[in-house]
Design a protein around this ligand. Structure first.
Ligand SMILES: [Zn+2]
Ligand SMILES: [Zn+2]
Length: 258
């Protein structure tokens, strides 16, 4: 039996339809994925899925260093991306340096491997590698006091069989998935750019009939948000800026539209 906080058991919140930031609350714990930082380490986990700039920029600078005491540090979990860059440095190293410089050492990147399990704030946090143009760690959240799970993809190649299996095998209660394009004639382009298309989510929905699927991180080329709303609703996806879940993951309400 799951207990609720403020009348809801979970909340999912986005910055904008095209942004990669996701803030998930499960009971009273928060998981900021590719988003800004908070100083409450007893409540917040900060996670970077991969080192593309739109996914890191909020946590490089956004948030509350000024609230920290001199010796406090914010931990940000990020992929241990060993791809060489220059002069013996790899992708993880140069970003660690970037975060240190901007935060005067108050934000620390901690490397996470694919398929690693972390135990933080009563939650098992599983890093699930999903194929993208650079190493991408999706995140699978299992709060020990909740009877539901949450999976957040980051960017991923939606047409890839192994990627799909990595999600389906975990049977998440809530799946928050990138969905870059929706038009039928953009499928091949979406795949060649290592992203995910509406048709990929439709295939997932067939395999995960009990999962609440929330598309996010759409292309900036969509200016008509109301059209997106109609399309996603027609297919049974949940699309909104703030979504609250009540007694179980089937009972939800979009409390703020994009
Ligand atoms: Zn992205
Ligand atoms: Zn990306």
């Amino acid at each position: 039996m799951t207990h609720s906080t403020g009348g809801s058991i979970a909340r999912v919140e986005f910055h904008a339809p095209y942004h990669p930031n996701v803030l998930v609350r499960v009971l009273d714990k928060y998981y900021s994925i590719d988003g800004a930082c908070s100083n409450r380490s007893d409540k917040y986990v900060h996670w970077i899925t991969h080192f593309h700039f739109d996914h890191i920029r909020s946590s490089v600078a956004g948030g509350a260093d000024f609230l920290l005491k001199q010796d406090e540090k914010i931990t940000i979990y990020a992929p241990d991306d060993k791809t060489p860059v220059e002069e013996g440095l790899n992708v993880f190293d140069i970003h660690q340096h970037l975060y240190n410089t901007h935060s005067k050492g108050k934000r620390q990147l901690v490397p996470v491997n694919g398929n690693e399990n972390l135990r933080i704030n009563g939650t098992t946090i599983e890093s699930v590698p999903l194929k993208h143009s650079v190493p991408n760690n999706a995140v699978f959240l299992k709060n020990s006091e909740a009877d539901f799970t949450v999976f957040v993809t980051g960017d991923w190649l939606g047409s890839d069989e192994e990627n799909r299996e990595a999600i389906v095998s975990r049977e998440p209660s809530i799946l928050i998935s990138e969905c870059r394009y929706i038009q039928p004639d953009t499928y091949d382009m979406t795949s060649s750019r290592m992203h995910t298309h509406l048709n990929d989510l439709l295939a997932l929905k067939e395999l995960l009939p009990d999962t609440v699927i929330i598309p996010y991180h759409l292309s900036r080329t969509f200016s008509d948000i109301s059209h997106l709303r109609v399309v996603f609703k027609k297919h049974g996806f949940v699309f909104g800026k703030k979504i609250l879940f009540f007694n179980n993951t089937d009972s939800y309400r979009i409390t703020e539209e994009f």
